[in-house]
Design a protein around this ligand. Structure first.
Ligand SMILES: [Zn+2]
Length: 294
């Protein structure tokens, strides 16, 4: 299974966003589609697919809806509406529906949701406060008062397996299902490298005071809840297994062998913990760690 929200067939047409004539051509194309969202939430067709409807029917001439050119799929231009004040359900309310979609469609939805949500939250210029207009075919906003340009943000999050003596650190948050443990995670702060963020989060959440070294990047995952995170999965070495948990963040944390992680990932009856679901990057991260030479 691919990592969740990756593998979209969307061609982003980044170089075409700047040319209003090309964008108008795409908008007038009989093949053009609208990715039909309900606010920020997906709509699903009777066939169980993400709802893509003919643009000319969904947005007839004279309809003044603001649109973003998401890109193209199978050469058909795909647009999405940018409604003011778009709202959506939280992740837990959508996760089952998203899991029922083909993974590549969930990935297209994730990109659309992040973009629509950014517009809904950034209607005004962050520099001077004037209402900012949609620019770059929906991939930016420009302020008519001070000319500042604003672009959709991606917020980096580190998610990591700390290893010590052949064991990996996994923790459980109070909100997790019973028995579930996962990799620790936290936002990268401004002025911080990935390596520094990994060390700080291990210290803040699990009280790892020992030096953290050999931080290795493993894989990444875009995550559209609440808007636009980018999960950066890492493996890091720590010099001591000593922990002092921040119980506001973690209810428990344990060190698990590769064999234990493998059992969890295969849902073995004697597994030491319940693994994160296969679409979660934490699952892939633990799987890659478990496969490394012992
Ligand atoms: Zn401005």
């Amino acid at each position: 299974m691919p990592i969740g929200f990756t593998g979209s067939p969307l061609q982003r047409l980044e170089h075409e966003r700047f040319d209003p004539d090309v964008v108008a051509h795409h908008r007038a194309s009989p093949a053009a589609k609208l990715l039909d969202l309900d606010g920020l939430d997906p709509r699903v067709s009777e066939s169980g697919d993400l709802s893509l409807v003919p643009l000319a029917e969904a947005v007839p001439p004279g309809d003044t809806s603001e649109l973003a050119l998401l890109g193209s799929i199978d050469r058909a231009p795909v647009f999405v509406r940018l409604p003011t004040g778009a709202r959506g359900k939280p992740m837990f309310a959508l996760i089952q529906l998203l899991g029922s979609l083909p993974p590549e469609q969930a990935a297209t939805y994730g990109a659309a949701r992040s973009l629509v949500d950014w517009h809904a939250r950034h209607r005004f210029c962050a520099r001077c406060g004037a209402a900012a207009a949609v620019s770059r075919a929906g991939w930016g906003r420009q302020c008519p008062a001070c000319a500042a340009e604003h672009f959709p943000r991606t917020d980096p999050v580190v998610i990591m397996v700390a290893e010590h003596g052949g064991r990996a650190l996994v923790g459980r948050q109070p909100r997790f299902p019973k028995g579930r443990y996962s990799a620790l995670a936290g936002f990268v702060e401004v002025g911080e490298s990935v390596e520094e963020a990994v060390a700080r989060e291990l210290f803040e959440e699990a009280g790892v005071r020992a030096p953290v070294s050999d931080v290795r990047y493993v894989a990444s995952q875009p995550w559209p809840f609440p808007s636009s995170q980018l999960m950066l999965a890492c493996i890091a070495k720590v010099e001591s297994a000593e922990l002092a948990l921040d119980t506001d963040e973690l209810e428990d944390a344990i060190w698990v062998s590769r064999e234990g992680v493998e059992k969890a990932l295969t849902n073995a009856p004697d597994a030491p913990f319940l693994a994160p679901p296969p679409s979660a990057i934490a699952h892939e991260l633990l799987a890659r760690w478990a496969r490394e030479p012992r």
